[in-house]
Write a protein that binds this ligand. Structure first.
Ligand code: PMP
Length: 315
């Protein structure tokens, strides 16, 4: 779909996956004017496809577009496009339990612009690819490294939205951590470097007794759709769920730590390395993380009844 600066998005069309043409001076290429989303379609035993809260992705894209001074598709336009892509790629969706169809909606300033200014034209694209399960065998615990040199986002920046500009800056820190054997990084706040933010592409939760804490979204943390859903499931199960500034010492002292995101689902953290300390956490079948994970996965894949109206079914 395309639209000019203040206009409506035109009706989109389905086309085979392939390259797109952009002006070398497209706003997205030169100034990073772009936001994206990520969601997954799962195949149910009866062959139907399930999407998890696509309206939430649409709303988050609208908030991101506003931050990056872009027009955005309506919630209906967004959800229709995602459903059309899922449906058109139905044959590529792996069987139940074997993976999902990852769907990537992308909104960008595609028109040419030389000086620093919003692009004169915007393009909204949705593409998809089958993906396997995040954990190939069973569920492996993540080993995280607390990053003290690089930050992911600073107050007043675009860390709270899914801007494409947030991701290239984490590549260096992430690849360094991976080369040292860590699964991902835990970022600290940019000002005091004492409060937990999130990992490179997932949110983080800390469990102590029956209390589950997660960093409050204050403009530097992406408000994950999985995060929001897990908070609701945890409250339903009687846990005390708290959004607040989480000090790194609380992480070290926690019973459990887990991460949430479209890619990882709800993933246990086995170890965290902070300065010269390596702390181990509870990750077994009885852990809070595993209990929340089984409910979320069940709702997403249709094996647990969706009493919340979170799942959309595509025939
Ligand atoms: N934080 C960041 C930086 C992310 O890129 C993602 C992935 N979208 C998340 C958190 C988790 O968000 P969600 O649960 O909506 O996938």
């Amino acid at each position: 779909m395309k639209c000019s600066k203040d206009g409506e998005f035109t009706k989109g069309e389905l086309s085979p996956f392939g390259n797109i043409q952009l002006s070398p001076s497209a706003g997205v290429l030169n100034y990073g004017q772009g936001v994206y989303e990520g969601t997954k379609a799962y195949r149910k035993d009866n062959g139907k496809l399930l999407l998890f809260r696509p309206d939430q992705n649409a709303i988050r894209m609208q908030i991101g577009a506003e931050r990056m001074l872009m027009p955005s598709p309506s919630v209906d336009q967004f959800v229709d496009a995602v459903k059309q892509i899922a449906s058109a790629n139905k044959r590529w969706v792996p069987p139940p339990g074997k993976g999902s169809l990852y769907i990537r909606p992308l909104l960008m300033g595609s028109g040419p612009v030389l000086g620093l200014a919003p692009a004169p034209e915007y393009t909204f694209i949705v593409y998809a690819s089958p993906v396997g399960n995040y954990f190939k065998e069973g569920i492996a615990a993540l080993n995280l490294f607390v990053e003290e040199e690089y930050v992911r986002a600073a107050p007043g920046g675009a860390g709270g939205v899914k801007s494409i500009t947030n991701y290239a800056p984490v590549l260096k820190a992430l690849s360094r951590a991976k080369s040292r054997g860590f699964s991902d990084i835990l970022y600290l706040d940019a000002v005091k470097k004492k409060y937990l933010e999130e990992a490179s592409s997932c949110n983080v939760f800390v469990v102590k007794g029956r209390t589950i804490s997660t960093p409050a979204t204050n403009g530097t943390i992406l408000e994950g759709i999985t995060r929001k859903s897990v908070m609701e499931i945890a409250s339903d199960q009687g846990y005390k769920v708290v959004e607040k500034a989480v000090h790194v010492d609380e992480v070290i002292d926690a019973d459990e730590v887990f991460c949430t995101g479209t890619a990882v689902g709800v993933a246990p953290v086995g170890t965290i390395t902070y300065k010269d300390k390596r702390v181990e956490y509870e990750t077994g079948d009885e852990s809070v993380c595993q209990k929340l994970r089984s409910v979320l996965v069940g709702i997403k894949t249709g094996t647990i009844e969706d009493t919340k109206g979170w799942v959309s079914c595509i025939n």
